[in-house]
Design a binder for this molecule. Structure first.
Ligand SMILES: [Zn+2]
Length: 441
């Protein structure tokens, strides 16, 4: 038993949002009790005590969409690279070249460095969308092994695409099916599998059919109408818009994550709502790729479950929260909007997304929830009350404020030191692997 106490506890549980000089009691991977430090110490005198020393104790953050495969692109310059003037060119000139060059060692170290950065930013659950046309079979298992060693909770999938030919598409289908079966056999809430699809414009009807057959009821994780070309392609080839096409192909549903949903209309939003499909917003990536601004406020108004991701742009969910908050104000030309919606996406809806794939509650500190807990070095310079918690998180904290991260009852980082691997050793090896990788891309 571990008591994490002597801190301000932010629970994200409406029945008790804030506990001053609070303490969370952890046993066998779960939160078993919480209250004031004095009460908990009295009740559990033999529990090991972690002293949060007046810092904030809150639920671990959830990233609902990321790309581990993009890790080694940081700082990379391609000698023969062309200037990309639109999103399709960014994919062709950068990302598809990266994923074609990836082999298992690069995948392994991309996973390590991405998960480690996440841990350091307080991210305890990661939904990843993987691609490595250079080496498909076993790629998800390689990522899962890194997650297991680090102690991170993760949902993995392989993005099937026709862009590298039928054989690679078929390998992707097999990789998803194999991994979903593997994850099920683990019977653990640390590793889950979804069926990954790249995007409508790189998937033929024939491939989509094969995917739904192979998915065997599993949810999908797919980019939807991210760039305008995805919409044009669907209209031109199939006479339907992207969400309509995916709906007809039986891809949408309550287990499915539809990523971005930028170039969709009201009719498609209704389809997403009717099918109870989850949508994930990635503000920084969308701005960086200049693909447009998703109608997040409209989708939330319609009751669509909207979560927040990073799309590989960063691993810092608090950064993603900050940018989402200002993007929609800027886009609407209205400084009064998006306060509640952006907080809800990160702090509540990502937990609801997890609730559709994981057995016990995540993203909340309450009895019976998984013990995914972070300690944040934040001493508020203004009063912190039940009414202004989100404002303190938004304006006062960044990922780097996180000092300790616990996942499933285990400290994976304590006082900024990784507990499960030697961080410097892993990072040095990653740098070496990346340098060799850059020569091949
Ligand atoms: Zn993505």
């Amino acid at each position: 038993m571990i008591l994490i106490g002597n801190g301000t506890v932010i629970t994200q549980d409406d029945s008790r949002p804030l506990i001053g000089s609070g303490c969370v009691v952890v046993k066998d991977g779960l939160i078993t009790d919480l209250g004031t430090t004095r009460d908990m110490k009295e009740k559990y005198p033999r529990g090991a005590f972690y002293n949060a020393a007046g810092r904030v104790i809150m639920p671990g953050l959830i990233n609902a969409h990321g790309h581990i495969y993009s890790a080694f692109a940081r700082g990379m310059t391609l000698k023969d690279s062309k200037v990309s003037k639109n999103f399709t060119q960014i994919l062709e000139n950068l990302w598809w070249r990266v994923d074609r060059a990836l082999d298992l060692p690069e995948i392994e170290y991309s996973a390590y460095v991405t998960y480690i950065e996440g841990i350091k930013n307080g991210v305890t659950t990661v939904y990843d969308h993987h691609a490595s046309a250079g080496h498909v079979p076993g790629s998800l298992k390689t990522i899962a092994d890194a997650a297991r060693r680090l102690g991170v909770r993760t949902s993995l999938c392989y993005e099937v695409s026709d862009r590298d030919g039928i054989e690679i598409a078929d390998q992707g289908i097999r990789e998803n099916a194999d991994f979903i079966a593997y994850a099920k056999a683990q019977n653990s809430d640390m590793i889950k599998g979804l069926f990954g699809l790249h995007a409508s414009f790189t998937l033929s009807d024939k491939t989509l059919e094969k995917c739904t057959a192979a998915a065997n009821g599993a949810g999908f994780h797919v980019h939807v109408a991210e760039g305008i070309d995805d919409l044009y392609d669907s209209l031109k080839k199939y006479g339907r818009r992207v969400a309509e096409r995916l709906h007809d192909a039986k891809i949408l549903g309550p287990q499915t994550l539809a990523i971005h949903c930028i170039h969709i209309n009201a009719r498609e939003m209704d389809i997403l709502k009717q099918t109870d499909t989850m949508v994930v917003h990635n503000p920084e990536s969308n701005m960086g790729n200049a693909v447009g601004c998703a109608a997040v406020l409209q989708m939330m108004e319609k009751g669509i479950l909207m979560g927040l991701g990073t799309d590989g742009y960063t691993t810092d969910m608090l950064e993603s929260y900050k940018v989402a908050n200002i993007l929609h104000k800027h886009n609407m030309g209205d400084p009064s909007v998006a306060w509640g919606e952006t907080a809800r996406m990160l702090l509540r809806n990502n937990a609801q997304i997890c609730a559709r794939h994981f057995e016990k509650p995540l993203g909340i500190l309450k009895q019976g929830a998984y013990a995914d807990i972070i300690v944040v070095d934040y001493d508020p310079p203004t009063p912190l009350t039940e009414e202004n918690i989100n404002s303190h998180i938004l304006f006062g904290m960044t990922g780097r404020s996180v000092v300790s991260t616990m996942i499933n009852g285990v400290f994976v980082m304590k006082d900024r030191v990784l507990q499960t691997v030697d961080e410097a050793e892993v990072t040095a090896k990653a740098r070496e692997t990346a340098a060799e990788f850059w020569k091949r891309v």
